[in-house]
Design a protein around this ligand. Structure first.
Ligand code: C2E
Ligand code: SIN
Ligand code: SIN
Ligand code: FE
Ligand code: FE
Length: 409
């Protein structure tokens, strides 16, 4: 548990730190974790406003997580109306903070009631609840943060301290501003992807979200195993997620006759299709930030193969010319091989093929999971970095959960 002084110190640093997180999913996770730490809450959820509804967007629960390590919490996303009948709805509607001692003992005079459905499903007992609005500087409520079961030093559930309310409201304001900015960044990326999707109907929001989330999940496990420092991991998760979403954005440069062909490509068409790698990299040529670097690298390298049989090889993406010293005897670029392929490229290669095989395409049917996993095993050491494949199998549960979270349609 934090002392008052530690709390103030933390709040000041957090403002700076969360402002640097650009990806919305990473940000929500971080905000919830920090808010819980601040007031020693066992669990919590974030609701984000979408049009006239509240979307249950993210949740954490230490007790349930301990009960079933590595398992998905049974919570799934859902939307609820913004009105006074639910606790989160009331807070979103009125913009007022609610500090409740026991969700099961609410006076009947209150307009809202507690929905026990999730407790009943999970066997969790919600007691104290601190629910507050995420308000921007303009006073707009963009969401609601709900903290559940404050714990005392012995870990027993207690009420949330009234003293913490101003602190948490200040934190909520910083969080709201950061979320709003991340939503704009996300919207910008999704517009770019939409553009690609208009051209290539299979590059849907669901596909790019899955590839990005798989990549991040594999990276987390890989980085933990390699002892990558926590701050580096946090920063890379953020960058990788966005870069992975944009891996195929270079397909906007490919002619419809090829891109939308409902059959196998012939060799000439396949050669043209290969251009989507460096065409994508060109979009990020300005390299204003690490995000541009990573996006360029992922676009360029996601079809290289571990054994050196991928494409486009050692080229300059801007003119597609072979880099000096990397010509094959016939003048073609030598493909990159092994660790010549940047880590993010190796990661997205695996995530992309896993998703492509698991999905229906205009030119192929969806494969069974058994077949897909077999294909990845066969590809270990040839198509894919064997260490990435191994890591993939250690987090297969997480991968399956992501697939459920972003279904096609
Ligand atoms: P994509 O559909 O997203 O596929 C990404 C990668 O997944 C492919 O890279 C390939 O490595 C793997 N993959 C997809 N389907 C299969 C499959 O049925 N069997 C196997 N063994 N691997 C598969 P690749 O081959 O470099 O293709 C890149 C992109 O080119 C594809 O992205 C797709 O947009 C297009 N493409 C490739 N082949 C065809 C085709 O025969 N017809 C059409 N219309 N498009 C194709
Ligand atoms: C989005 O609408 O931002 C994509 C879906 C999601 O991340 O929830
Ligand atoms: C593809 O279908 O995308 C090509 C993969 C292959 O069968 O070699
Ligand atoms: Fe691709
Ligand atoms: Fe793809």
């Amino acid at each position: 548990m934090l002392t008052e002084k530690q709390k103030f110190g933390k709040i000041i640093n957090l403002g700076v730190e969360i402002t640097q997180v650009k990806d919305l999913d990473v940000l929500l996770e971080r905000i919830l974790k920090e808010a819980r730490l601040l007031v020693n809450a066992d669990a919590g959820s974030i609701y984000v406003k979408e049009e006239d509804k509240l979307k249950f967007s993210y949740s954490q629960n230490d007790t349930l997580q301990l009960r079933q390590p590595g398992r998905k919490l049974i919570y799934s996303t859902f939307k609820m109306p913004i009105n006074n009948q639910s606790i989160a709805g009331y807070v979103a509607n009125t913009g007022d903070l609610l500090n409740l001692q026991d969700a099961y003992k609410l006076p009947s005079t209150l307009p809202f009631s507690f929905n026990r459905k999730y407790d009943d499903l999970s066997g969790y007992r919600t007691q104290s609840m601190l629910t507050f609005p995420l308000k921007t500087n303009r006073g707009d409520t963009i969401g609601v943060l709900q903290l559940i079961n404050a714990k005392n030093a012995k870990g027993k559930p207690v009420a949330f301290s009234k003293k913490d309310e101003p602190l948490i409201l200040h934190f909520a304001n910083m969080a709201a501003v950061a979320i709003e900015r991340a939503q704009m960044t996300r919207a910008m990326i999704l517009r770019t992807i939409k553009m690609a999707e208009l051209r290539d109907p299979k590059e849907t929001g669901a596909h790019v979200n899955r590839v990005a989330s798989y990549s991040v999940a594999i990276y987390e496990h890989w980085a933990a195993k390699r002892g990558v420092p926590h701050e580096v991991l946090e920063k890379n998760r953020d960058i990788l997620r966005m870069a992975a979403m944009l891996h195929d954005v270079g397909k906007v440069a490919i002619a419809d006759a090829i891109l939308k062909k409902p059959a196998r490509l012939d060799d000439a068409e396949r050669e043209i299709m290969k251009q989507h790698t460096y065409m994508g990299a060109r979009l990020f040529s300005e390299q204003y930030s690490e995000f541009d670097d990573a996006s360029a690298s992922v676009a360029l390298n996601h079809h290289e193969k571990w054994d050196g049989t991928g494409y486009p090889g050692h080229i300059n993406p801007f003119d597609a010319k072979v880099l000096p010293g990397y010509e094959n005897s016939d003048g073609t670029p030598r493909p990159k091989k092994g660790e010549e392929i940047p880590v993010f490229g190796r990661l997205v290669a695996l995530a992309d093929v896993y998703d492509a095989l698991s999905s229906k395409r205009a030119y192929k049917e969806k494969w069974d999971e058994v077949q897909v996993l077999e294909e990845l095993k066969i590809g270990s050491g040839t198509h894919f970095d064997p260490e990435m494949v191994e890591t993939f199998f250690t987090c297969i549960e997480t991968i399956r959960n992501i697939a459920e979270r972003y279904p096609d349609h």
